[in-house]
Design a protein around this ligand. Structure first.
Ligand SMILES: Cc1cc2nc3c(=O)[nH]c(=O)nc-3n(C[C@H](O)[C@H](O)[C@H](O)COP(=O)(O)OP(=O)(O)OC[C@H]3O[C@@H](n4cnc5c(N)ncnc54)[C@H](O)[C@@H]3O)c2cc1C
Length: 301
C-alpha cells in the first residue's frame, strides 16, 4: 500500500501529545546521530496512541516505536513514516502482593526510585541501565546478574487486533531478546517484587550507580554495541583484535570500554556503521567469532 504526506497529516490530526515534522532523530538517540523522521509523535496517553495508530495502520504508514533511544542507531537518511515515542505512558501503580503496574514510558530510574519508596526490591539493577521501561522489556535489558523479564508477571502489548495480556511463561525471551510480532507495541508490565527494607534497596542502587561511574566513556554512545557471544566478552575480542581507540570519521572504539562505540563529535551513522563492520571483520579474522549487534539499527542509508 502506498501512503502520502496527507495520510501522515491525517494521522496526526487532533492529537493531544507532541507532533513534530521532519524531526532529526539525532535529538532522540543517545549516539546523537540519525536523519529525520517524517513524523514524530509522543501521544499524551493510551487513548491518544490508539487514535493515531488506528489511522497509521489503516493508511499503511510504516511506524517505529521507541523508548529513550539508548539502544538505537538511526541511519543518516532518517525514517520514512512515523516514529512513536511512548513517553506519555508513564503511570506506575502499586498493587497488593508486592506488585507494581508500570507503563512503558516510565524511565528505569523513576521505576527504581518508586519501587524503593514502596519498599519493593528486585529491580535495582535497572538503575544502571538508561532508557524507558518499555525499552528494557523489549530488549530484556540486564545488568549485575538481573534481567528485566525475571520480574515480569504479566506483559501488556498492543497488536493490530487489540490489547494482549500474557503471563511470563507464555512469552519467548532470552539474552537481550523478547519475541514480538512485527508492529507489536509493548505498553507495560505487571512486576512481582520482594518486600525489602528501603535502606537495603537504596544501598543496592548506590552500589550499582558507583560501579557504573567507573565505566563512563565520556562521549555519546549506546552502551554495548555488540552482544557477548556465548562464553566470551565482546569487549575482550575487540581489544584482542587491536581496535581499542580505532577511529573512522567521528566514530571511535572507546578507549575506556572497547564494546562501546562513541561519537567523538560530528560522527555520522555511516561512520559508526563502517566502524562496526570493520570490528566484525577484524574480530572474525583474529578469533573466528562472529559478533552480532545488540544496538538496533533502523532507517534509510
Ligand atoms: C551508557 C549506557 C549503558 C548501558 N548499559 C546497559 C546494560 O547494562 N544492560 C543493557 O541491557 N543495556 C544497556 N544499555 C542499552 C540500553 O540502555 C537498553 O537497551 C535500554 O533498555 C534501551 O531502552 P530505550 O527505552 O532507550 O529503548 P530504545 O533504544 O528507544 O529502543 C530499543 C529497541 O526497542 C524497541 N522499543 C522500545 N520501546 C518499545 C516498545 N514500548 N514497544 C515495542 N518496541 C519498543 C525500539 O524500536 C528499538 O528496536 C546501555 C546504554 C547506554 C547508553
Amino acid at each position: 500500500m502506498t501512503w502520502s504526506r496527507a495520510d501522515l497529516e491525517q494521522a496526526a490530526q487532533g492529537m493531544r501529545g507532541t507532533v513534530l515534522w521532519d524531526e532529526p532523530m539525532s535529538r532522540h538517540t543517545s549516539l546523537r546521530v540519525g536523519g529525520p523522521a517524517d513524523l514524530y509523535l509522543e501521544p499524551a496517553d493510551l487513548d491518544d496512541l490508539e487514535l493515531a495508530l488506528a489511522r497509521i495502520r489503516s493508511a499503511g504508514i510504516p511506524y517505529l516505536v521507541i523508548g529513550g533511544g539508548y539502544n538505537l542507531l538511526v541511519r543518516d537518511g532518517g525514517i520514512r513514516g512515523c516514529v512513536v515515542s511512548l513517553k506519555g505512558l508513564n503511570t506506575m501503580e502499586p498493587l497488593p502482593g508486592a506488585r507494581l503496574e508500570v507503563g512503558a514510558g516510565v524511565t528505569n530510574q523513576a521505576l527504581t526510585r518508586f519501587a524503593a519508596q514502596q519498599c519493593l526490591g528486585g529491580v535495582e539493577f535497572l538503575s544502571a541501565i538508561p532508557g524507558s521501561f518499555g525499552g528494557a522489556l523489549t530488549m530484556n535489558a540486564g545488568a549485575h546478574g538481573g534481567e528485566t523479564m525475571q520480574r515480569v508477571e504479566l506483559l501488556t502489548t498492543l497488536r493490530d487486533t487489540g490489547v494482549l495480556v500474557r503471563k511470563r511463561d507464555e512469552l519467548e525471551y532470552g539474552y537481550r531478546f523478547l519475541r514480538l510480532e512485527p508492529g507489536e507495541i509493548v505498553l507495560g508490565a505487571r512486576l512481582r517484587l520482594d518486600p525489602v527494607e528501603r535502606r537495603l534497596i537504596e544501598e543496592n542502587i548506590q552500589e550499582y550507580v558507583t560501579k557504573r561511574g567507573g565505566q563512563r566513556v565520556g562521549f555519546p554512545n549506546a552502551g554495548s554495541f555488540f552482544k557477548n557471544p556465548p562464553g566470551e566478552s565482546a569487549w575482550r575480542l575487540i581489544d584482542e583484535a587491536g581496535l581499542r581507540g580505532w577511529m573512522i570519521g567521528g566514530a571511535q572504539v572507546s578507549e575506556v570500554h572497547t564494546n562501546f562505540l562513541v561519537n567523538k563529535g560530528g560522527a555520522t551513522a555511516a561512520d559508526l556503521l563502517t566502524l562496526a563492520e570493520l570490528i566484525k571483520l577484524r574480530v572474525q579474522e583474529s578469533s573466528g567469532v562472529e559478533l552480532e549487534e545488540e544496538v538496533r539499527i533502523v532507517g534509510e542509508g
